[in-house]
Design a binder for this molecule. Structure first.
Ligand code: ANZ
Ligand code: ZN
Length: 822
């Protein structure tokens, strides 16, 4: 008897898989299956969250391979980003060297887990042969008018000294460093994702294989609202004030107007008045507030009257104009009609500044004197105080008021989205350079495709000042204008790393292509990703941006799919003592330690067995011990059982005990197969295998002197095959032990026989007047009465006895039913 020496076994099989490139096989005759886990940032160390994510993906990949699919299962590195740059500032290491070393270390750690990646398709977004194509894609968007530059108020993190996308500001703080985020005017690059807002929203319905919660988050992020734009003339002013409202039905209740303090009219409206100074001071104070703080319903409402008035387009009444913190310049039109009776923020503001509150919608059962005091009435209802519209249902009024406004040319129905354009420029070094040149004569000029990549220079200084380190590289900055040839300067901002990760899944399909980011045949063969697996923290940004890129590239005719990811699984967190495992909480368990102590197969089995993939998983040392004991138990079972006799034995008739075991084998195959397919219930799949192992032990115990070796062998082989996706090294070793020469992964997934699963059935014959007419299966132990009834009701028998008189029915349990007719 040998012991289960996981160290030796895992090293042995990792070596063999690598040498035989077993995970790079490509067989176009088989149906394709593309399984992908979100690629990691190469921090240098994998954590338990990675182990879980990749173990889940690996089960799917190995299972599909055994099911006869041509599987693509690649891995790579989201390798640009701030940590490398911070390491450069702190430790004086070049970001590229730091990153390369981390990739090397992490790759070793991934390989130690026995993951079935095709490393021939590895990508790292910081490599020139990758970012060349990121730049190329940028140029395609630029030529389509989908990449543009504009001066705007952007989120600025003073500690990271870079701009942040709205998505990267969490509760007013920087996603990366947790410092307060401010605002700054800067000239920045954007992708026009808003042009795809409707399509991105519309196509959510195609995402049947996505979790609902993720779809809802995307829907809310896009945030479509239908409403109206209404023009309010401004007294003694050449322009009208355009507002966006989702509630045109409340227009008669507008008792004041608010323009965002940064609105372009403000300066002109207050020029030379006593309001100028207080307004300027107010704007300054606001700079430190994030948009989210400003618009939150809890935030204290602050504002100022600016001494000017609008004229209500339907009533002709004068309404005062205010500026206020809660109205944002870059949403809607940057101005609102305030309806305090029906909007809580407006009501809080109106109460604070003593402005009239005029209800224009009342609940069904209230009188027309309905009043609103501290709580806005936001429900539907019946129109009041609204001229000719009084008495109408507010939905009907919505449309009629829009029609009237349109007739007066003072408004129209519109749609508005919360989604903003994607701010992609970053004042950082370690990112993809934006392939743009500024020429005094020609203006903004894109770099020519044949001159890509624009390579990151090495002669930079990491000063930590507010400008991109690229501004310190003379060799980088100065170049010739691609159009006129005169001296010109390069763009020194780099791209948001989300740009890199918005198309990496396409590069995997054709990783060595030197002419294009990917060839059409390859991309169309492999796409969509059949199964994407990753953290729910990417439910909005990464997934939305990837969907956007896919749609743009489709419209540019580079690929044929509308959506990149057919099925999405968002795995739960790994917890310890009830809290998320994280460095900052100091409650981490290092994967390396666990692999050293128990082996990768045990580590994998534990994270797969301890919880369903989508749920959070609580770390448990006993749980790991338990998985280790289980593998040892399987090991002993195989070791104790296999001998030459067993391998030679031919099938023979089954006893009652044999039949029970056969039933368990087939039932387990069915159960594990169904658990893996569809809902990925890996935990119950593993417990099914554990039960089968128990039954195999029991069978050996009971059957001692009369073991059916062929059946036992079938049981053991099935166990090994079923366990293969979960504990790959372990099962390869056992597979070899029981006499197989080829890798387990060229073996087929075991099949079950439906008939073997119908437990305890008897085959009986049905006779008519002593002649056999039919053979059927019935549950064992069926009573005589039931047997008789089954026989008489049988469709075939019915035909024979139709119109005849049944004289007598005789049942012999487990054998036959004879029907005597005349
Ligand atoms: C009048 C009104 C009456 C409104 C009412 C709401 C309720 P969503 O659904 O998020 O699109 N709004 C418009 N532009 C704004 C801006 N730049 N900053 C802050 N608030 C703004 O919200 C649209 C509503 O938010 C608009 O409809 C407007 O207030 C406000 F009973 O207009 B409403
Ligand atoms: Zn030029």
């Amino acid at each position: 008897m040998t012991v289960y020496d996981f160290k030796k076994i895992e090293a042995k099989w990792q070596q063999q898989w690598m040498e035989k490139e077993i995970f790079s096989v490509y067989d176009e005759d088989k149906p394709k299956y593309y399984v992908l886990e979100m690629f990691p940032y190469p921090s240098g160390k994998i954590h338990m969250g990675h182990v879980r994510n990749y173990a889940i993906g690996d089960v799917v990949a190995r299972y599909k391979k055994m099911r006869g699919f041509n599987v693509l299962h690649p891995m790579g590195w989201d390798a640009f980003g701030l940590p490398a740059e911070n390491a450069a500032i702190k430790n004086k290491i070049d970001p590229d060297i730091w990153t390369e070393e981390n990739i090397k270390d992490m790759k070793e750690q991934l390989n130690a887990l026995g993951l079935s990646y095709d490393w021939n398709r590895e990508v790292a977004t910081c490599n020139q042969d990758y970012y060349k194509w990121t730049q190329w894609i940028f140029l395609q968007l630029y030529h389509k008018g989908l990449a543009y530059k504009k001066e705007s108020r952007v989120n600025w993190c003073p500690s990271c000294e870079t701009v942040l996308a709205n998505e990267q500001v969490i509760n007013g703080k920087c996603e990366r460093c947790d410092n307060n985020v401010g605002k700054k005017m800067l000239n920045q690059w954007y992708f026009k994702i808003t042009e795809y807002a409707e399509k991105l929203l519309e196509d959510i319905k195609l995402l049947e294989g996505w979790p609902n919660k993720v779809k809802i988050m995307q829907e809310n992020w896009i945030g479509k609202s239908t409403g109206a734009e209404i023009d309010f003339p401004i007294e003694d002013f050449p322009h009208t004030l355009k507002v966006f409202t989702t509630r045109p039905d409340t227009v008669y209740g507008a008792t004041y107007m608010v323009v965002a303090p940064e609105h372009p009219y403000v300066d002109e409206l207050i020029k030379g008045t006593e309001y100028q100074e207080p307004v300027n001071n107010f704007v300054k104070e606001l700079q430190h507030m994030s948009d989210i703080e400003r618009t939150s319903t809890d935030a204290e409402k602050e504002g100022l009257f600016i001494g000017r008035y609008c004229i209500h387009p339907l009533t002709g009444k004068k309404i005062p104009i205010y500026i206020a913190n809660y109205v944002l310049v870059d949403y809607g039109t940057g101005a609102i009609m305030a309806v305090p009776a029906h909007d809580q923020r407006d009501l809080d503001f109106a109460n604070k500044y003593n402005i009239e509150v005029l209800p224009v919608i009342k609940p069904e059962n209230e009188s027309v004197d309905f009043k609103v005091r501290t709580e806005a009435y936001v429900e539907d209802g019946v129109m009041i105080n609204s001229g000719d519209f009084d008495g109408l249902d507010c939905h009907e009024a919505f449309n009629k008021i829009c029609d009237l406004l349109e007739k007066h040319k003072s408004g129209k129905k519109t749609v508005s989205y919360r989604l903003r354009d994607w701010l992609l420029s970053r004042q950082r070094y370690w990112g993809t350079p934006i392939p743009i040149v500024y020429c005094d004569t020609c203006g903004i000029v894109p770099v020519r495709e044949e001159n890509l990549p624009v390579v990151l220079p090495l002669d930079v200084e990491f000063t930590g000042a507010g400008l991109s380190p690229l501004t310190t590289s003379e060799s980088f900055i100065y170049t010739d204008c691609p159009t006129c040839g005169k001296k010109a300067k390069r763009e020194t901002d780099t791209m948001d790393t989300f740009v890199d990760s918005s198309w990496y899944f396409l590069r995997y399909t054709d990783v060595n292509n030197e002419q294009l980011p990917f060839g059409k045949d390859s991309v169309n063969y492999w796409m969509q990703v059949d199964q994407y697996i990753g953290g729910v923290e990417h439910a909005i940004l990464h997934l939305l941006y990837s969907r956007f890129f896919t749609k743009v590239l489709k419209d540019l005719n580079f690929l044929d799919v509308d959506e990149p990811f057919q099925n999405l699984l968002t795995q739960g967190m790994v917890l310890k003592d009830g809290a998320k495992m994280s460095k900052s909480k100091g409650n981490t368990v290092s994967p390396e330690e666990i692999i050293n102590k128990y082996g990768a197969d045990t580590a994998r089995l534990f994270v797969l067995f301890a919880a369903p993939p989508e749920r959070d998983l609580e770390w448990s040392d006993q749980g790991v011990e338990g998985c280790s004991r289980f593998l040892n138990r399987v090991w002993r079972l195989v070791e104790e059982t296999i001998n030459n006799d067993m391998l030679k034995e031919v099938p023979k008739p089954l006893t009652k005990e044999d039949k029970d075991l056969q039933y368990m084998i087939h039932k387990t195959i069915k159960r594990v197969t169904e658990d893996i397919e569809g809902r990925f219930n890996f935990n119950t799949a593993v417990s099914g295998i554990m039960e089968l192992v128990n039954d195999l032990y029991k069978y050996k115990e009971i059957g001692k002197n009369n073991i059916n070796n062929a059946l036992l062998k079938q049981g053991i082989e099935s166990t090994i095959l079923l366990l293969a996706p979960f504990a790959p090294h372990f099962t390869e070793e056992l597979w070899e032990k029981i006499g197989h020469k080829d890798s387990l992964y060229s073996a087929a997934w075991p099949k079950y026989d439906e008939r073997a699963i119908v437990k305890e059935e008897d085959e009986i014959v049905i006779q008519i007047n002593g002649k056999v007419k039919e053979k059927i299966m019935i549950p064992a132990n069926t009573s005589k009465e039931d047997m008789e009834a089954i026989a008489v009701e049988n469709d075939k028998i019915k035909q024979f006895i139709e119109g005849k008189e049944i004289k007598k029915v005789i049942a012999v349990p487990k054998k036959l039913v004879n029907i005597v007719v005349k």
